[in-house]
Design a protein around this ligand. Structure first.
Ligand code: G16
Length: 543
């Protein structure tokens, strides 16, 4: 086997964001672009020679090509074994499980998650460490530094590997195994939940629909819901992974999973609807006639997790990203367990999970998960909901309403201003930051500011500090405004405004969400001066 060293020129823009390097396909299609970044990842790692690398992707456009180059670069760099999901497709949580189960050194996941795909869409590369979780900031910073000075990469000079047939191949000393990525993941799910109870529920006339959005979860969801749990054939739809997600945006929210939403709101709605995103780590939950906000879903799952076998002894603690609503905090308080507030990005949960400080984590961006892997896990969330429904024998709406009665309701919404000019977005953040010292005690739209800061996270395990993680303005009574720039966009900047109002009075738990948040929406407009800085009158997406 010949290994070649290819001369290359460094790119200046390979800075990983919230979740790995995400760029337009047109950027990734430049000669050496993906290869440079993969070599920069390996240049940031130590002592991996002879060890195992897990490799998969969400199946989007460019996936197959970059799977091949990653195999060849990993072999040339000295990995001993490369486990590749059949067809080069592996969901992010399944990859996390494979890393853990095989005691791998780490894994490379090719995904731009919920971002659109196809030749004009997005692509991404991320590295996960041996605990199965996303690389911490120290490592992503090293990758970026290496990407700016790289002059060559190493690659095996061999034919493409047949990734569409299960089996084993040899590149020099490296074994490349093409594996079934669904089998181990389905077994893991079966070990966590009461499949018999869910099967009984599904045989009792309870109906469900799962929208795989033509993304990675199709084969997993079909195997688990239809084959193993006996959901009616066709319960899983848009089940075939496509390179362009069928022209849709694989983001499981009520805007992009519109078909599912309409069905669940219709007269003959099924009992339960769910969806997952491009790489299978996000989830959307909708009951008959009732959408469940991700922050509420986290709170319900944490409060009821003990009903599933894996969590029957209770959970150790909960973590949520800072912009996620405080609904879960009220559950932690009642359960007398720890509550942790981290910056946006699943990587910040890793230390808390590894040290057993928390069992369940969640984010407003439709991600929930537990210590079974080190990524958020869309199908896990759907299965935990089904397990809870099977035990409580109530509808989704009944469970949600009882939850609010017990804990109060945190009305919540996120307003996104996508693809605004970066200069305007940065100026808005600077101006808002400058206002912070004077905000305390001020009345804005009838609400009194109790505290305002630029969130910084002090990791209790490795003591690292992450600054500038979003501006938060806390009002008396439990309402909040959070403003930050997205770290996953690929064009211009995306401003996210998170709005939250706490309502203890159960006679006020059925308001329309945007109406319930009217004073906060007005306060956000006043404080951020968003129209002035962006020229936008309205958000592009409201979730
Ligand atoms: C990624 C991260 C999440 C984060 C989300 C949104 O999700 O893994 O932790 O909450 O992006 O990040 P931002 O607000 O910076 O755009 P995914 O599903 O895209 O990998």
């Amino acid at each position: 086997m010949t290994f070649k060293t290819i001369s290359t020129t460094a790119f200046t823009d390979q800075k990983p964001g919230t979740s790995g390097l995400r760029k337009k396909v047109t950027v990734f299609a430049q000669e050496h672009y993906a290869e440079n970044f993969i070599q920069s990842i390996f240049d940031s790692l130590e002592d991996f020679q002879g060890k195992t690398l897990v490799l998969g992707g969400d199946g989007r456009y460019l996936n197959r090509k970059v799977i091949q180059s990653t195999i060849k670069i990993a072999a040339a760099n000295g990995f001993g074994r490369i486990l590749v999901g059949l067809g080069g497709i592996t969901s992010t949580p399944a990859a996390s499980n494979l890393i853990r189960k095989n005691k791998a050194f780490g894994g490379i996941i090719l995904s731009a998650s919920h971002n659109a795909g196809g030749p004009q869409g997005d692509f991404g590369i991320k590295f996960n460490i041996s605990n199965g979780g996303p690389a911490p900031e120290k490592l992503t910073e090293a990758m970026f530094a290496n990407s700016k000075t790289i002059t060559s990469y190493k690659i095996a000079d061999c034919a493409d590997i047949d990734i569409d047939t299960l089996g084993s191949h040899q590149i020099g000393d490296t074994v490349v195994e093409i594996i079934d990525p669904v089998k181990d993941y389905a077994a893991l799910m079966e070990s966590l939940f009461d499949f018999q109870a869910i099967r009984t529920l599904l045989q009792s006339g309870f109906t469900m629909r799962f929208d795989a959005m033509h993304a990675v979860t199709g084969p997993y969801a079909t195997e688990i819901f239809e084959n193993r749990l006996g959901a009616k054939a066709g319960s899983v739809f848009n089940a075939v992974p496509l390179e362009d997600f069928g022209g849709h945006h694989p983001d499981p929210n009520i805007v992009y999973a519109h078909e599912l939403y309409e069905e669940l709101m219709s007269a003959n709605a099924p009992d339960f609807g769910a969806a997952s995103d491009g790489d299978g780590d996000r989830n959307l939950i909708i009951g008959k006639g009732m959408y469940i906000a991700p922050s509420d879903s986290l709170a319900v799952l944490a409060a009821n997790a003990h009903l599933a076998p894996a969590y029957s002894k209770g959970i150790a603690g909960i973590a949520r990203s800072m912009p996620t609503s405080c609904a879960a905090d009220r559950v932690a308080e009642k359960l007398k367990i720890g509550m942790h507030e981290t910056p946006t990005g699943w990587k910040f949960f890793g230390n808390l999970l590894d040290t057993g400080l928390v069992t369940i984590c969640g984010e407003e961006s439709a991600g929930t998960g537990s210590d079974h892997v080190r990524e958020k896990d869309g199908l896990w969330a759907v299965l935990l909901w089904l397990n809870i429904l099977a035990v409580r024998k109530q509808s989704v709406a009944e469970i949600m309403h009882e939850h609010w009665q017990t804990y109060g309701r945190n009305y919540y919404s996120r307003h996104d201003y996508e693809e605004v000019a970066s200069d305007g977005a940065n100026a808005l953040m600077d101006a808002l930051r400058a206002k912070l010292p004077d905000l305390k005690g001020k009345t804005v739209q009838g609400m009194v500011v109790e505290a305002a800061d630029d969130f910084a996270y002090h990791d209790p395990v490795d003591h690292s500090v992450s600054k500038h993680q979003g501006i938060r303005i806390l009002f008396a009574g439990g309402s909040r405004l959070v403003v930050r720039l997205s770290g996953t966009g690929t064009a211009g900047a995306t401003i996210r405004i998170y709005l939250e109002r706490y309502e203890a009075d159960s006679s006020k738990h059925d308001l329309e969400t945007q109406a319930a948040l009217t004073p906060l929406i007005a306060a956000a407009a006043e404080l951020t001066e968003i129209t002035h800085y962006t020229g936008r009158e309205k958000p592009s997406v409201i979730t």
